[in-house]
Design a protein around this ligand. Structure first.
Ligand code: IMP
Length: 438
């Protein structure tokens, strides 16, 4: 068995796109299993940038099969836009339906989900989540409330009509009487869904079945997580989270494979921390060291791939990262963007929190407590600028950077298995390959 999951170990935007693209060289199947087009995975190949929101980041590797599994909330419009853009850039190795498959069971994001996401954010005076406004939360709400539309429904007109009619009865009360806006008519929405269904038909599959066959044939599978551990709806900084299980367990429920089918779980972390949207962020630098925050944001190009929003920036938080090791069962860490911190005199790393008079080493469950913790920092010496193209081994890295990496490994109790020295595929040190460890 040689199946690997890639998980964001922070609040998302850790660089999963690049790592998935690299590891896809070893995999036959690449699977997205949660989230939707709230994700933005940026890939740079031969100096050319591709941003994917929905289609798995392995799609740029010839011969790979990319799967969108049942746990994803699926926006067909975004899906077709991405396919068209990949086709226009001539990067697909085969006709799209041969290499990209969508689960019958995935839930569909519809007009009213996008609209409700936007209206809820606009109406929330306080307690705004700062969502990506892509309809993700409302689509997951409908799934859990058992009134969602699944991809397979788009191919069954009678059932589809009934389900849309039922869904709209309730949605329209909300739209008309609470949000004071125009109701949605069932007819045009039904027609649109039918058209989308016909266009989608060549891609619709039993994705779980494909994975079962893949496992029988011992074909390596890469599970591509989206967002990050601290945005998990159960284990993140609730309520400032996304609406899916972003942790490794989500790969099992989001695809229908057994828990014992994943051999390695690799967490992705930057050398510092970022967050978009609102919610607690203990090591945030905006108030305490605004110049440092701005420098990291500019050098690290920390602006959202999905919404273009400037990301909030902070020092590395090892308390939060250790939590990610635990809730995901991480077996290794991919360490990203240390190059952004070069030439700093000092680097700080948070190793505990102070809450009132207590020193704690865990993330408190109560969001108010998390908002009130003060980070306790260890200060480490910075490292000089280095030329990433000359780095072939960890021992070629500046000494103080190596010490920083060792401190992280010793705190977390897991090894750094990959180190990214720049955005391109080639700017990477593959320290050990998780596909070759079993
Ligand atoms: P939603 O997923 O659009 O509902 O947004 C919920 C929260 O998750 C917001 O704070 C978003 O900024 C955050 N979020 C969603 N997707 C991503 C992502 O891919 N990277 C980073 N943050 C994300």
């Amino acid at each position: 068995m040689n199946n690997v999951a890639i998980i964001g170990a922070q609040w998302g935007d850790e660089g999963k796109g690049k790592v998935v693209d690299l590891y896809s060289a070893n995999a036959k199947y690449i699977v997205r299993y949660q989230g939707g087009n709230n994700a933005g995975h940026t890939l740079v190949v031969n100096g050319k940038k591709t941003v994917l929101h929905l289609i798995p980041s392995g799609v740029l590797h010839p011969g790979r099969i990319c799967l969108i599994a049942n746990g994803v909330v699926f926006d067909p419009h975004v899906f077709f836009e991405e396919i068209e853009s990949l086709q226009a850039n001539n990067v697909l190795s085969a006709p799209a339906p041969e290499i990209i498959r969508v689960s019958e069971r995935a839930h569909v994001i519809l007009t009213y989900h996008r609209l409700l996401d936007k209206l809820r954010e606009e109406f929330a005076a306080k307690g705004k989540i700062g969502t990506t406004v892509r309809g993700i939360g409302p689509a997951y709400e409908d799934k859990v409330a058992r009134r969602g539309i699944q991809v397979v429904d788009l191919l069954h007109p009678d059932l589809l009509f009934k389900k849309l009619q039922t869904a709209l009865e309730e949605k329209n009360v909300l739209l008309k009487h609470y949000f004071k806006c125009e109701p949605i008519e069932v007819g045009p929405l039904f027609e649109e869904c039918l058209r989308l269904g016909q266009r989608l038909k060549p891609y619709v599959s039993d994705v779980r079945g494909i994975l079962v066959d893949a496992m029988k044939q011992k074909s390596p599978i890469l599970f591509e997580g989206a967002q990050g551990t601290l945005l998990d709806v159960d284990h993140g900084t609730y309520p400032y989270v996304t609406s899916s299980n972003t942790i490794a367990g989500g790969a099992a429920t989001g695809t229908g494979i057994g828990l014992n089918r994943i051999s390695q779980v690799i967490g992705i972390s930057k050398a510092y921390t970022t967050r978009v949207g609102t919610g607690p962020f203990p090591t945030e630098l905006e108030q305490t060291e605004p110049a440092t925050a701005e420098r990291i944001r500019q050098v690290g190009a920390e602006f959202g791939a999905t919404t273009g929003r400037p990301r909030r920036v902070g020092w590395l938080d090892l308390v939060a990262l250790k939590y990610a090791v635990q809730v995901n069962g991480l077996t290794g860490l991919a360490f990203m963007k240390a190059d952004v911190l070069q030439d700093f005199e000092q680097i700080k790393v948070c190793t505990a929190y102070r809450l009132g008079t207590a020193t704690i080493h865990e993330i408190p469950s109560c969001v108010e407590d998390l908002e009130n913790v003060e980070p306790a920092y260890e200060v480490l010496p910075g490292w000089e600028a280095y030329d990433p193209t000359k780095v072939k081994n960890v021992s070629d890295l500046p000494n103080n950077l190596q010490q920083y990496m060792k401190r992280i490994e010793s705190y977390l109790g897991i090894p750094i298995v990959l180190m990214s020295t720049g955005p391109g595929r080639e700017e990477t040190l593959m320290i050990s390959n998780p596909f070759q460890t079993t």
